[in-house]
Design a protein around this ligand. Structure first.
Ligand code: ARG
Length: 460
């Protein structure tokens, strides 16, 4: 029998029963539901709202149910609609009348709000750990490649010299922001909605501060209507996941380019690539492509929940049951993508000679350095820019590079050029001269690496 059967004369239509039920997906919150109920029962007992021995019996019953669920000995039923009523009715079937006292001074509305928050809270902590592991891999890889020359691109055109270490640390900084974004979200959501009741709290002398404390929240939420209506925490979480996936997706895109024959900057480990069913020569970057593809899925979850929430009046509406699947799917997706992607980066074989060749290959990525050389000799930058533009044009016509021009050819366009121009154009000097904060110089990338290492160390 339904826990709410009292005012009904008919059984629920069986299609409605299935339609209405959320047990198929909210069963995964069983632990949070039991933890929340234990805190609630503890508080009810302490406040004398139920007898102390009743509270104890309820808590024992809930603990036993937890063990049985974890051992796979409990079957939930759609007839009991969701995880909350499944567990409550199971409790009553096991401990009898006392079980019926658990739902005193509580509604499923504050119950689901607290369970869902606790679930997301744990997952955020898990995801942060996985991101930090990835950071460690990036740092290790960057350390090995602080001097590995790599062209930096704008518009996918070779632009200025950089290094692979510098490039990897760019992603390390994005992931650092993803961590702090999740931490911010965690801090903001860490207020306990339990005790808000259906929407207007209760007349029982409950102690919301106590349940908040028992469940590890910083404090109770401040307004009961808001407490049961709010899913901002889940939206914010999905937003942080979407930005994280956007970062992974950009990285994935670069890896896909880099392992094409056109680039050949990296070769993925055999264990992290796949073959073709028809073309025997193929080695495909499926992992990177899937990460790029799954990004769309996480964005979808964000849009789903924003749209579910946009038009519903206060307080709880059944629409809000649609909050969970999208969040769970995003969690599963992010937790699946991160470690595989990180391991793919960890094991990929870098081809420094190909990166270097691209940097050196007559694509003039030291043209800015050539202009800067003239500026250091006293020319205004705009003039220097024009001079070097002409030189580049000459080079293209003659099939030369800047550093293969003779001193006479240099001096034809400007008498500021001297023998030391060759030093200025030397690619390693171009990189290591860029030692402004954030730059690709070896010393500067080492500082960036140390900063990320410290960030990770503070959290592990
Ligand atoms: N299964 C419901 C959900 O996930 C629980 C809350 C139900 N509350 C209600 N008043 N029907 O949203």
């Amino acid at each position: 029998m339904k826990l709410w059967a009292g005012r009904f004369q008919k059984e629920t239509d069986s299609a409605v029963n299935d339609f209405n039920s959320s047990i198929a997906f909210d069963a995964r919150m069983y632990r949070q539901d039991i933890t929340g109920s234990i805190a609630h029962a503890t508080m009810l007992g302490e406040q004398g709202i139920i007898e102390a021995h009743e509270a104890e019996k309820i808590i024992e019953g809930l603990k036993a149910i937890l063990v049985d669920i974890e051992e796979g000995n409990v079957e939930f039923t759609v007839d009991m609609e969701d995880i909350h009523m499944n567990i409550e009715s199971l409790l009553t079937s096991r401990i009898g009348q006392t079980g019926k006292r658990l739902h005193t001074a509580r509604s499923r509305n504050d119950q689901v709000a607290v369970d869902f928050r606790m679930y997301v809270r744990e997952e955020i902590q898990d995801i942060i750990k996985i991101i930090l592991d990835f950071e460690t891999i990036l740092v290790k890889k960057a350390k090995a490649h602080v001097s590995t020359l790599l062209p930096g691109y704008t518009h996918l055109q070779r632009a200025q010299p950089s290094t692979l270490g510098h490039h990897l640390m760019a992603y390390a900084n994005m992931l650092k922001r993803d961590v702090t974004r999740l931490e911010d979200c965690l801090e903001r959501m860490n207020e306990c909605p339990l005790g808000a009741g259906a929407l207007a709290t209760t007349t029982y002398p409950i102690d919301r501060t106590r349940t908040a404390e028992l469940l590890g929240f910083s404090k109770p939420t401040d307004n009961s209507l808001d407490s049961v209506s709010d899913r901002d925490f889940a939206i914010e979480f999905l937003c942080a996941c979407s930005i994280l996936m956007m970062h992974l997706s950009r990285f994935a895109e670069e890896i896909i380019l880099w392992c094409s024959w056109e680039f050949k900057y990296v070769e993925l480990d055999d264990a992290y690539s796949t073959g073709s069913s028809i073309m025997p020569q193929k080695k495909n970057p499926d992992v990177a492509e899937l990460v790029r593809g799954k990004t769309g899925r996480v964005y979808g979850s964000l849009i789903t929940l924003l749209t579910v929430m946009k038009g519903i009046p206060l307080a709880y509406n059944k629409d809000m049951q649609e909050d969970k699947e999208c969040v769970f799917d995003a969690i599963d997706t992010v937790k699946m993508c991160l470690p595989v992607f990180a391991a793919m980066i960890d094991t990929m074989n870098v081809k420094p000679e190909n990166m270097r060749r691209s940097a050196m290959d007559g694509c003039f990525i030291n043209a800015t350095d050539c202009a800067d050389y003239l500026v250091k000799k006293g020319l205004p930058f705009r003039e220097a820019y024009m001079v070097v533009g002409k030189l580049v044009h000459t080079c293209i016509e003659k099939g030369e590079k800047l550093d293969t021009l003779s001193l006479e050819e240099f001096q034809e366009v400007s008498d500021c050029f001297h023998e030391d121009i060759y030093q200025a154009l030397y690619m390693n000097n171009c990189v290591n001269g860029r030692k402004a904060i954030g730059g690709p110089a070896r010393t500067e990338v080492n500082r960036q690496i140390a900063a990320i290492e410290a960030f990770v160390a503070e959290r592990t």
